[in-house]
Design a protein around this ligand. Structure first.
Ligand code: FPP
Length: 229
């Protein structure tokens, strides 16, 4: 186990600040999400190039469904467009993609397109991009308990639930970044972030560039990880 890591194997990001980025430019919130998507694609590629093994992003939470219909539909149509725009690019970069969340919240045709995109990228052997979409940490935990009970588990130890989470088989995040100035987890990876290093910055997600990522990595490299010891 590395005490002072040069590079996190797994980076997770709460991409916050799209709405404020847009309103500062007198643009609709959906324009902020579109800018956020571009940034997400760029940072994904950067992480893969740096040698990060797992990159997880919070793209849409179970709570986000309560935003205005216009914003929710805008995000769903952005997700659909992202599949058209980025699946080939991800394939060329050998990036595997996994979507975690409750896809029963979106219409069946979008859910099917997401599953097909995942399937097409499943043979890639480079970085794993994990997209939390219609995801909530408490929902994931409740689902995991139900799955574990259905599988006949009766005794739970520290590792039992992890095997029933969406993220089974994926190591826990080493570094969790939240942009946009808020300092909370917002129901993201509640189980998996038990020992993650937390990094908060004021930069709004659409402005989070290579320099901002490098600042987060620099800070991470100075942290002494103790894992409770
Ligand atoms: C939080 O910022 C961000 C989101 C709810 C959406 C994140 C989505 C993207 C970055 C685009 C990629 C998305 C898909 C669907 C592939 P906020 O809007 O809450 O920001 P605010 O706090 O400034 O209002």
């Amino acid at each position: 186990m590395n005490e002072q890591n040069a590079l996190p194997a797994h980076i997770a990001v709460i991409m916050d600040g799209n709405g404020r980025w847009a309103s500062r430019r007198l643009l609709p919130r959906t324009a902020g999400h579109a800018a956020g998507l571009k940034r997400f694609a760029e940072i994904t590629e950067l992480c893969a190039d740096m040698g990060v093994k797992y990159f997880t992003v919070y793209a849409f939470s179970t709570e986000n469904i309560n935003r205005s219909a216009e914003e929710v539909n805008g995000l769903f149509s952005l997700a659909s467009k992202a599949i058209d725009t980025y699946v080939e690019k991800l394939m060329r970069k050998n990036i595997r993609a996994k979507v975690i969340g409750d896809l029963s919240m979106v219409d069946a045709s979008l859910a099917e397109r997401i599953r097909r995109a995942e399937e097409r990228l499943s043979a890639c052997t480079g970085m794993t991009l994990c997209i939390a979409f219609c995801y909530g940490g408490r929902h994931e935990l409740a689902r995991a308990v139900n799955s574990a009970l259905a599988a006949g588990e009766r005794e739970f130890d520290d590792g039992t639930l992890g095997r029933y989470l969406y993220t089974a088989g994926i190591p826990d995040p080493d570094l969790l970044i939240r942009t946009g100035g808020e300092k909370r987890l917002s129901n993201f990876l509640l189980y998996q972030c038990a020992y993650s290093e937390l990094y908060f910055c004021d930069t709004l997600w659409p402005d989070f560039d290579r320099t901002a990522l490098e600042a987060a990595l620099e800070e991470y490299s100075k942290r002494k990880r103790k894992f409770g010891r």
